[in-house]
Design a protein around this ligand. Structure first.
Ligand code: HEC
Ligand code: HEC
Length: 153
């Protein structure tokens, strides 16, 4: 029994390696650009563009409904947790004037349960699911996206 399993496995292995040699001879290119057995090559790590908040211009939006891109550095900020959200220290309706930061979108606010005050809705709490910083990198794939906001003259 054991022996026949070994023979079957050997046959399967031979078939697979024969197939892969045939593929190579036929000039088939792998999509990942490396042999399957080779370790994955990590892409080059790029730094986010943007310095301390307050030093840059907003990045032009390309479509009307777009969450604006984050123009400043975010690397030094703490992770957003249940109790802490550093983004709110500058972008909240209470703080934005003092911090000279754009106020978060009105769509992000809803009346608190006692109906007295507008506060951040929890579905907008994790800012970086929608607002992302940028790196200076060429697109991974060719694309021909055209936005719906005409560039400013
Ligand atoms: C220390 C204050 C500060 C903190 C903290 C901060 N920001 Fe900002 N943010 C600013 C300022 C000021 C600007 C205006 C552009 C600039 O000067 O960089 C800005 C711009 C932005 C914009 C662009 C808005 C637009 O209309 O184009 C987005 C989006 C944004 N920040 C998201 C975030 C997110 C998400 C976080 C948390 C990870 C965060 N910010 C933390 C001060 C801050
Ligand atoms: C579910 C996606 C989403 C999340 C989460 C989110 N935003 Fe936004 N944000 C948007 C969109 C879309 C816009 C543009 C339209 C609007 O105002 O709703 C926007 C607009 C903004 C603007 C520009 C407002 C203006 O009037 O031009 C700021 C600043 C901002 N968001 C900050 C934040 C911060 C800070 C957080 C986290 C506390 C956050 N956002 C969470 C989607 C999101």
């Amino acid at each position: 029994m054991k022996r026949s399993v070994t023979i079957v496995l050997a046959a399967v292995f031979a078939a697979i390696s024969g197939w892969s040699i045939a593929q190579q001879m036929a000039g088939v290119q792998t999509l990942r650009g490396a042999d399957t057995a080779a370790a994955d090559q990590a892409p080059e790590q790029k730094m986010y563009v943007g310095k301390k908040p307050g030093l840059q211009q907003p990045i032009a939006r390309t479509f009307k409904e777009q969450p604006p891109l984050v123009p400043h550095a975010v690397d030094n900020f703490d992770e957003i947790t249940v109790t802490d959200n550093q983004c709110m220290e500058c972008h909240s309706p209470e703080k934005y004037r003092e911090k000279k930061a754009p106020k978060l979108g009105d769509s992000h606010l809803a009346f608190s349960s006692d109906g007295t005050k507008k506060t951040l809705t929890m579905d907008r709490y994790q800012c970086n699911t929608c607002h992302v910083p940028q790196v200076d990198a060429k697109p991974l794939v060719e694309q021909n996206f055209v936005g719906n906001i005409p560039p400013k003259q």
